[in-house]
Design a protein around this ligand. Structure first.
Ligand code: ATP
Length: 574
């Protein structure tokens, strides 16, 4: 939690200025009842007009000073809170970029969005209020109490008894509220999650006419959020009427005992007016605290949620034995007895997988759905670490490579062709921003997408909608391939990335990849693609069932033969 607030350090001077101005306002506020007492006792009861004018004049000057201090304080409070929010969002976002997939399992996208938006906002609000009014409230209570005791200790005794009890009560409510508001933020995560899924899956929802179902799902999440919010608000809303009741009873007691004190000449009218005035200010301070109690409790819950993100241990980082000089050079890849199961699960997805791909070779990986093909790919750029065995690149354990240079040397085209909002140019150059225009066109040509791009309304400047909505599946796949090729990787991983291409385009793409001698691993379900590879491995339930060239497997693997015959017909010559 302290880590979250450490981002305030950069604004020490502004905070000191804001707090000094807040103190100025406070002093002015505490001075007022004393001046009022002088006006009543010296001026009105003593029938001295000059005393009224003198004390009244001082009162006006002080009020102007307080007013100016309040305005400048607001400027500084706004500057500090907004800058703090900016820094916090930046750092949390930066931290999320370093997360491994195991970390993402703990923090799904919807909760990270809520934390980066709503939770940061809660903290910003509380910092603004803290510098503006919140910190003033306890000081006003303490100052009011001390001043009332100075004016007439006997009459102010009731305040000494009541104020600490109310403070303890407020702290108790704050603590309870914190637990309730943490639940509110969790429900907000769920609501955001449902909303996000519905918006992303809008085409599917319309096609399946599942509009009613989605509305019901959202309404349930929304209802849940409302219920939690009402429960939390009910608790904090109870505090203000209770505080006002106790403080008003105290004022009645002060007036009653003050009346008796005047009778016995142990107090003056001005003193009673001053003490009542201080009691009203203490009541005001309590009201402020109780009104922003919601924000305090919410901010505490939000602070903890953001601290949880910042304190998360990233489990895939450079190892202690990292060799800073290593980078992917030849693209030779070997798996040696690799086994793996996903974090928090105990079912092995890969077991004792071994194979080698020589530099410039193409390896096709085939296997039934769920066999572990995509998982195998994810281990190569260390999106997950192996549980057993070793993966070697250029004959060195991938754990000895600096993570960044390992990933920079690999061109990865995931199963789902994910594009970003922006132009075609921006999407291809996303793979390598330093690439020249010619290099970008070269990558597009190799990916067999250049001709298609030239037919688009603004060619490379054509804007692609969110997630590439205005492109076909095959166009998206080829753009993703171009984005990987612009890096000029020595190792290319294509996860079923040519599935939507027609046979001719696919053959051209594979031929273009071969020309550049980059080691290529390609997951595919199509025999026509696998036949183009130098070597094929058949994966079944996380194990290598067969390995070899097309002809070799036709003779040695009944399963491969079966796949070939199912795709190319029974009459294939063996
Ligand atoms: N993030 C994950 N957490 C836990 N288990 C997972 C995760 N991702 C995949 N799995 C499991 O690992 C197994 C292998 O999945 P993988 O995606 O590697 O298969 P695949 O061979 O690529 O399948 P497909 O051809 O359908 O893409 C499956 O049983 C799947 O349920």
């Amino acid at each position: 939690m302290l880590k979250v607030f450490s981002y305030l350090k950069s604004y020490k001077l502004s905070i000191v200025i804001a707090l000094s101005l807040m103190l100025t306002e406070l002093v002015v506020e505490l001075w007022h009842p004393l001046l009022m007492a002088h006006i009543i006792d010296d001026g009105i009861i003593g029938e001295d007009l000059s005393a009224v004018l003198r004390w009244g004049g001082i009162m006006v000057v002080l009020a102007l000073i307080g007013f100016a201090a309040g305005i400048v304080n607001s400027f500084f409070a706004a500057h500090v809170s907004q800058s703090f929010g900016f820094d916090l969002r930046k750092h949390v976002f930066g931290k999320i970029q370093t997360f491994s997939f195991a970390n993402f399992n703990k923090f799904p996208a919807s909760t990270l969005i809520t934390r980066l938006t709503s939770d940061v906002n809660q903290l910003q609000n509380i910092i603004f209020m803290g510098l503006r009014i919140l910190m003033r409230a306890p000081l006003l209570m303490l100052g009011g109490l001390v001043m009332a005791l100075i004016v007439n200790a006997k009459l102010a005794l009731v305040l000494v008894l009541v104020t600490p009890v109310l403070l303890v009560f407020l702290l108790w409510i704050m603590n309870k509220g914190f637990t309730l508001f943490r639940l509110v933020q969790e429900r907000l995560d769920t609501t955001n999650g449902v909303l996000r899924e519905s918006l992303i899956g809008m085409r599917l929802i319309k096609a399946f006419v599942r509009f009613g179902h989605e509305v019901r799902r959202f309404t349930k999440a929304n209802d849940d959020l409302m219920d939690r919010m009402i429960a939390a608000l009910r608790l904090v809303e109870l505090t203000l009427p209770l505080l006002l009741l106790v403080m008003n009873l105290s004022i009645l007691y002060i007036l009653w005992s003050g009346n008796r004190a005047i009778g016995s000449d142990s107090a003056e009218v001005g003193e009673i007016v001053a003490i009542v005035n201080y009691t009203l200010r203490i009541t005001g301070a309590f009201s402020v605290v109780s009104l922003i109690l919601t924000s305090v409790s919410r901010a505490k819950a939000s602070g903890q949620r953001l601290a949880a993100v910042l304190d998360t241990k990233v489990d895939i980082v450079d190892s202690d034995e990292v060799n800073g000089d290593l980078c992917v050079k030849t693209g030779k890849l070997s798996f040696e007895n690799v086994s793996f199961c996903y974090p928090d699960t105990d079912t092995p997805v890969l077991g004792s997988v071994s194979f080698t791909v020589q530099p410039g070779e193409t390896l096709a990986i085939m296997g039934a759905t769920g066999a572990g093909k995509s998982t195998l790919f994810q281990l190569i750029p260390r999106l997950y670490d192996v549980n057993g065995g070793t993966i070697k690149l250029d004959d060195a354990d991938i754990r000895y490579f600096p993570l960044e240079s390992l990933r920079m040397g690999i061109g990865f085209v995931p199963q789902e062709a994910l594009l970003f909002t922006g132009t075609v140019r921006e999407n291809i150059r996303w793979g390598n921003e330093r690439a020249s225009e010619d290099e970008m066109i070269e990558a597009a040509r190799r990916a067999q997408i250049h001709e298609t791009i030239m037919k688009l309304p603004k060619q490379y400047d054509t804007v692609i909608g969110q997630k590439g909505v205005n492109l076909s599946g095959g166009q998206k796949q080829r753009l993703s391939v171009a984005r990987a090729l612009i890096r000029k990787p020595n190792l290319l991983l294509l996860d079923d990335s040519t599935s939507a291409l027609d046979a001719k385009t696919e053959a051209n793409l594979l031929a273009a990849l071969k020309e550049h001698q980059c080691t290529t691993l390609i997951i595919t379900q199509k025999i026509s693609t696998a036949m183009e590879a130098d070597k094929i491995i058949l994966l079944e339930e996380g194990r290598v069932l067969a390995e070899g060239g097309h002809e070799q497997l036709l003779h040695s693997s009944p399963l491969y033969r079966q796949i070939v015959q199912s795709q190319l017909g029974e009459g294939v010559a063996i």
